[in-house]
Structure formats: C-alpha cells, structure tokens
Design a protein around this ligand. Structure first.
Ligand SMILES: Nc1ncnc2c1ncn2[C@@H]1O[C@H](COP(=O)(O)OP(=O)(O)OP(=O)(O)O)[C@@H](O)[C@H]1O
Length: 604
C-alpha cells in the first residue's frame, strides 16, 4: 500500500500509458484535446462572469442604471455560451472515461483469459483477492477518476493563472498569503491523513468484494447448503463478512471526520480574509465596493484551485487504493505470462536437444532439466524448476516429476510413457495420489516439477473434468461447448444423445434452444452423459476423461466407452472402477509413494 507519492504516480502511469500510447491513442488524445479546449473556454468565461458580478454590485452601489443594464446584458450573453460549454465539457469527459474503461476492461479480460490466467492466478499470488471486482469495479473507478482528477488539476492550474491575475491587481499580499497557506495545508493533510486513508480504502474495497462474493457462493451452492441445512453457518459467515466491511468503514469514517474537521476549518478563511484585506481601501474610497466581491470571488477560485489536493483528498486516497489493486492484478498477470514464456523457451530448447531423446533419457531425473528449467529469478523468488512442454503428434511424458503448484509435495516421480494414437490409457491409484494432477500437467495447468511433456496442440485435446461443467445457455450451446462454431446438425445431436442414453432430453426441455440452469435441472449422471456427448460429437484427436463416468451405473458406463472405442479418438481416463480396464489398452497405476507401474491390458 502506497501513499500518494511517486511510487503511486509510477503505478498510475504504468496502467494508464498503454491506452494513451496504444492503438486508440489518436482518438483518445483528440477527445482530450477537445475537452481541454472546452475547459479553456469555460475558465475564460468564468473570469468574465466573476468580473461582471463585481461590476453589477459596483453599478448598484453607484446607482448607475446604464452601467447596471449593460452589465446585465453582458452577463446574460456570457451565460448563453457558458452553460452549453460546461455541459459539453462534462459529457465529453465522461464519454472519454467510458471509452477508456471499455479499452482497459477489454485488455484485462483478454489477459485474464490468456494462458488460463483465471485458473493460475492464485498459484502465483495467493493474496490476490477478488479479481472479478478488480476488473469490474477498480477499472471503472480508475478510468473515471483519472480523467476527473487530471482535468480538475488542469482546470485548477488554469484558474490559478486566470484569477491570480485578477487578485494580483487588487492585492498582492492576498496572492502570496494564499500560496503559502495552500502549501502548508496540503503538506499537512497528505502527511497526516495520506497513509491511513489509502490503507483503509484499500481494505474497504477488498472487504466489500469479499462480502459480495460470499453471497454469490451461496447462490451457486444453494442446493448443497439446503441439503446440509447449513443456513445458520452460512448466514453467520455472510454477516461476519459484512461486519468486517462495516468495522473498516467505521474506522474510515473516523479518519474522514478528522479530515473534514480540518478541511472545513481550513476552507473557512477565504470567506472572510479578502473582505478584511480590501476593506480599508474601500473605506478610504480607493476601491469601489464591487471590488470586495470581485476579490472574494477570485480569492475563492484561486484558493480552491491551490487546495485541490486537500479538497479531493478522500477521493484521491480511494483512487490510490484502486491503483494499488489494479497494479497488483496486472503484476500477477504479468508473472503468469512470464512463466509461460519461460516454459515455451524451455520447450524449444528441449525440442532442439531431443531429436536427441538420449539427451533427455540419459540424464538423471533430478538433473535432467533442473538446470535450465527454471523461471528466471527475481529479487524475491528463488529459482523454481518447471516442466517443459512441447507440441508433438502424440502424447508422451519423459522423466516427468510432478509437484503441487507451490512445490510442497511431490506427487509422481520420473514417469516416462508414450501413448500411441490408436491406443488408450487408464490411470488408477488411491485417492489423492495425483491422478487428476497428472491430467492438469498434461493440460498445461500445472507445471511445477521437472521433465518434458509432449502433446498435440491443446485445441486437439478435449478434457472432461471431474466435476461436469454446464455452461449458461441453450442445450445446443451445451453440446457444442467448447467449440461454439462447430458445424453440427440437430440430427447429429439427436443421434449422440441417443448414444449416451439421453434420447428424450431435447424433447423434455422443449428442443435444443431450451435455455435452462442445466447444472440444477440435470442429475449428476445426466450431466456426465451430456459431457461425454461432447466428446462423441467433436471427435477430438485426444480425449482426457477425469472420472467422467463416476456417477454412472456399469451399463451406462460401458455403453459410453463402447461408443468412444468406435471413434478414432485416442483417450486417457482416470477412474476407480475396475470395469473400466475392459475399455483401455494400458493401465498406469500410481502409488502414494510417488512410484508408478505400467501394465498392458487387452490387445496392447
Ligand atoms: N491447488 C492445489 N495446491 C496444492 N495441493 C493440491 C492442489 N490441488 C490438489 N492438491 C493436492 O494434490 C494431491 C493430488 O490431488 P489429485 O486431485 O491429483 O488427486 P487424485 O489422485 O485425482 O484423487 P481422487 O481420486 O480423490 O480424485 C492431493 O493431495 C491434493 O490435496
């Protein structure tokens, strides 16, 4: 957490730069220029209005009717231009903020879905809370607040320039006093309130997001909670999340109270001081009485312009907290991209060596790739070995040692195997020995460990995870997932549904366009059969099935695997049922002590 200091500015610029120097830079800069032109016009007119206000009072006090009406005329004329100018300025500022938000959201969402960062992000930074809130909320406030603040500062500078001239003409002491007063006030406010307010605002954003997420989880797991009758615990949990936000806000309010007390007292002075300073000249007849109003108007404008930091301090600290959150998020995404690049580099090196299988197989597993298979070191992170990955026509694992993402446990040691394209492999072993983790490594989700994984391109592999995943959408989209543009006819879908023993599914829900909360309305076994239907429909080169039939009876399971055997898809399954052995050629048995055995089954 940073104070509003140079590091904060650097972080701000690191996020902002990409837009102002990126592909939409001319559009963004053009809009900004237009806004600044409107701002200039608006500030110029403010000076005229202020002078005319003084004129009005002077004309009244001098009982000069002609001068009075002339001033009114100018006043109205200026207002006719001033009002639309101000409205246009606000519109364009908000519009530019919105465009920037679209751009930045798009960029963060793209990065979040690249290299499966949404899955891996917490492996790199376990403290990174609520990425959803950072994308939805923090980006919005960052773009809007940035523009507002930059323009407030710009307009303050303009106003200082414009109104100091007016004030200088009336009283130099006032200008000098103002500058000194504003500097002291700003330094004091930043020094005393800066750090705690940024910290509390940061914490508030996090706690609000935790609270919201707690409620979203209840909605997503409503049935399980209802079965467990876990209402009491869940409601206590949600309330306690709210209380955390509440407690923090109470602390924030106390600091705001102090800040407001200070700023109110501090901002009181401009309302009396100019009159005190100008009064003697008015009494002696050197200045007209309207000058008091003019001096006061100019004084207030200059004062609030110089005082922009103190005045917007609460907003600035909230903004600072938002910058920190976005910066952490961008850093974590950067680490993932960095790690992917390192793994790709490794794979290229392994490729060129391993025409060269000998180079890999001869080395002992402990040293095979440990020397080069590391993420480049940073100041804080020690070098960590990585599994190299490469693209090849068929799946093979070479001296694979697999560890959990944080390197705390080794799950599999020195595993070497190759899966021919017309073959099939069953992975079995006790619960928790690392079967699903092996699939994660093959999918490239986990890469902590050593050795090399060669596999076809990821788009040629279809994975069915242990927990069936039903997307939001129609039955047709469900079946097409994850290839939404696949050329599949309704007839093919009907046939496949028959094969997986769901012949009347479409009719039951009113056709393939039926849109349901599928994970709620289908049984677990039905969801597994629907997921299996995806494999049969898309016929990928490789299918990787993680206990994909665990909820099915033997008859249904056999029916699905027989259908799969009839296709050209090479498949690899994880499963506990012994009956599965009949549908595979090879059996890989993993043990809890990290060892493994490979057995041939029928027809190997
Ligand atoms: N994200 C994670 N970070 C650290 N350890 C993890 C993580 N996910 C799983 N593990 C641990 O890794 C080990 C292997 O998990 P895995 O899911 O591969 O087991 P499995 O053999 O598929 O078990 P099961 O048959 O019960 O599904 C388990 O001890 C698990 O607790």
């Amino acid at each position: 957490m940073e104070r509003l200091n140079f590091q904060g500015l650097r972080r701000f610029w690191a996020i902002a730069k990409a837009y102002w120097w990126g592909d939409e830079k001319w559009r963004a800069r053009g809009l900004l220029l237009l806004i600044v032109i409107l701002l200039l016009g608006y500030t110029g007119l403010s000076v005229v209005l202020n002078t005319q206000r003084g004129e009005l009072i002077s004309a009244l006090s001098a009982k000069d009717e002609a001068r009075f009406w002339q001033t009114v005329f100018v006043f109205v004329g200026v207002l006719v231009v001033y009002a639309p100018l101000l409205a246009g300025y606000t519109y364009l500022r908000d519009r530019l903020g919105l465009e920037w938000r679209r751009w930045l959201t798009d960029r963060f969402v793209t990065r979040y879905f690249s290299d499966r960062a949404f899955y891996r992000i917490n492996q790199f930074n376990a403290d990174l809370d609520n990425p959803d809130q950072r994308i939805a909320e923090d980006v919005r406030s960052f773009t809007q607040e940035s523009l507002t603040l930059v323009l407030v500062v710009a307009s303050s500078l303009l106003e200082i320039a414009a109104f100091s001239g007016v004030l200088w003409g009336i009283s130099r002491e006032l200008v000098l006093f103002l500058i000194g007063y504003a500097i002291v006030g700003t330094l004091f406010t930043v020094g005393v309130f800066g750090k705690p307010l940024v910290r509390l605002n940061f914490e508030q954003l996090k706690r609000e997001a935790d609270f919201r997420f707690g409620l979203v989880r209840i909605r997503e797991n409503a049935e399980a909670i209802a079965f467990y009758q876990g209402e009491e615990q869940e409601s206590t949990q949600v309330k306690s999340r709210f209380m955390r936000a509440f407690d923090n806000y109470k602390r924030l309010l106390k600091w705001q109270l102090g800040l407001n007390g200070l700023t109110n007292a501090y901002e009181f002075i401009p309302f009396v001081l100019p009159a005190l300073v100008v009064a003697p000249a008015v009494f002696s007849g050197d200045l007209e009485v309207g000058k008091v109003s003019e001096a006061q108007g100019a004084f207030i404008r200059v004062f609030f312009s110089l005082n922009v930091i103190v005045d917007r301090f609460q907003a600035l600290t909230a903004f600072g907290a938002g910058i920190d959150r976005l910066h952490d998020f961008a850093e974590s995404l950067g680490q993932i991209e960095h790690k992917k690049d390192a793994a790709e580099l490794l794979a290229t090196e392994s490729d060129s060596e391993a025409t060269g299988e000998a180079a890999i197989t001869e080395a002992s597993p402990a040293t095979a790739t440990a020397a080069d298979a590391t993420i480049p070191t940073t100041d804080t992170v020690p070098p960590q070995p990585l599994i190299a990955q490469a693209t090849a026509p068929q799946l093979s694992l070479q001296h694979l040692t697999l560890q959990t993402p944080n390197y705390q446990r080794t799950l599999i040691e020195d595993l070497t195997l190759e899966l021919d394209t017309d073959s099939s492999l069953l992975v079995a072993g006790p619960s928790g020995c690392g079967k699903s983790s092996l699939l994660r490594a093959i999918a490239g989700l986990w890469n902590s460990g050593q050795g090399l994984i060669q596999r076809p391109e990821l788009k040629d592999l279809l994975f069915l995870p242990q927990k069936p995943y039903m997307i939001l959408g129609t039955l047709r989209q469900q079946l097409r997932y994850p290839y939404p543009d696949a050329d599949i006819t309704d007839e093919q879908m009907h046939n496949v549904l028959k094969t997986v023993n769901l012949p009347d599914l479409a009719e039951r829900f009113g056709g393939f366009d039926a849109d349901e909360e599928w994970s709620d309305v289908l049984s677990l076994g039905e969801q597994q059969r629907l997921s299996f239907a995806r494999v049969l429909l898309h016929s990928p080169r490789y299918a990787v099935l993680d206990e994909a039939t665990s909820a099915l009876d033997r008859h249904n399971e056999a029916q699905l695997y027989e259908a799969l055997e009839a296709t050209s898809t090479t498949y690899l399954s994880v499963g506990h049922h012994e009956s599965l052995e009949a549908h595979h050629r090879w059996l890989l048995r993993l043990a809890e002590d990290h060892t493994w055995q490979l057995h041939a089954l029928k027809g190997a």
